[in-house]
Design a protein around this ligand. Structure first.
Ligand code: IPE
Ligand code: IPE
Ligand code: MG
Length: 232
């Protein structure tokens, strides 16, 4: 009853900070610490894959100061914490439009991904500058190109073929999605992949989310009955 793949929408950093009279960016810093703890715990609980929504394609529209601080945090996080994880045998990959990042950040993403691509113990997927609609449109463009060049017939397009053209290709669909902060929406995250995921919402802000809260989510998941449209 342990999910193989947990996807997390790490939300509420700004409100956590506001509650304490701190700038929003302080919430992002605290959130980065939470991420470290939760990844270690997820691995300990026997989860194989964790996908984390860290920055959406729409988050570029936030004030420049906040975006800049987030970029600085990603830079440090990739070079220190994520690089540390990879030394422990964790596979790291990224989904989202990495062309939008500064060269050094993009290069770090590419190299971490390449260095760890054959590791199988635990897989961490970071969604950075990610939007599911963009991903679906990109997949559609590639499929259209393959049809045009005669590589595939239109009749050959089915769900399995479509999925292989998404950035999440090769990773099983999430079993459980956790969203913190009390918002109960998907916000353009993994629209295709979440078709049959169990959704879990908690009012806890991401910086306050901890191992205990994560276990509560896993317990809730264990009580769900997944039917996939069938009769049990
Ligand atoms: C999530 O926290 C982190 C990012 C989206 C980068 P928010 O920054 O959205 O925090 P709230 O939702 O404003 O509290
Ligand atoms: C979703 O949170 C994106 C991330 C957690 C990275 P947002 O805070 O951007 O979503 P909305 O705007 O509340 O829907
Ligand atoms: Mg938010």
């Amino acid at each position: 009853m342990i999910p193989k793949h947990v996807a997390i929408i790490m939300d509420g950093n700004g409100r956590w900070a506001k509650q304490r009279g701190l700038p929003r960016t302080a919430g992002h810093k605290a959130g980065a610490e939470t991420l470290k703890k939760i990844l270690a715990h997820a691995q300990k609980r026997g989860i194989q894959t964790v996908t984390l929504f860290a920055f959406s394609s729409e988050n570029w529209n936030r004030p420049a100061e906040e975006v800049n601080t987030l970029m600085e945090l990603f830079r440090t996080y990739l070079k220190n914490d994520i690089a540390e994880l990879t030394k422990k045998g964790v596979r790291v990959s990224f989904i989202g439009n990495r062309m939008k990042f500064a060269d050094d950040i993009r290069e770090k993403m590419d190299s971490l991904e390449k260095e760890t691509q054959n590791l199988t113990d635990f897989h961490v997927v970071l969604a950075l500058s990610y939007g599911a609609r963009d991903d679906i449109i990109d997949a559609t463009k590639r499929i259209a190109g393959e049809v045009k060049s005669g590589k595939i017939a239109p009749e050959a397009i089915d769900a399995a073929l479509f999925a292989t053209h998404l950035s999440t290709n090769g990773t099983p669909d999430p079993d459980l999605v956790i969203r913190t902060s009390g918002e109960e929406r998907i916000s353009n995250f993994l629209l295709w992949e979440l078709a049959y995921a169990e959704l879990y919402f908690t009012p806890v802000y991401w910086p306050d989310f901890d191992e205990k809260e994560f276990d509560v989510a896993l317990d809730a998941y264990a009580k769900r009955q997944r039917r996939f449209g069938r009769v049990v």
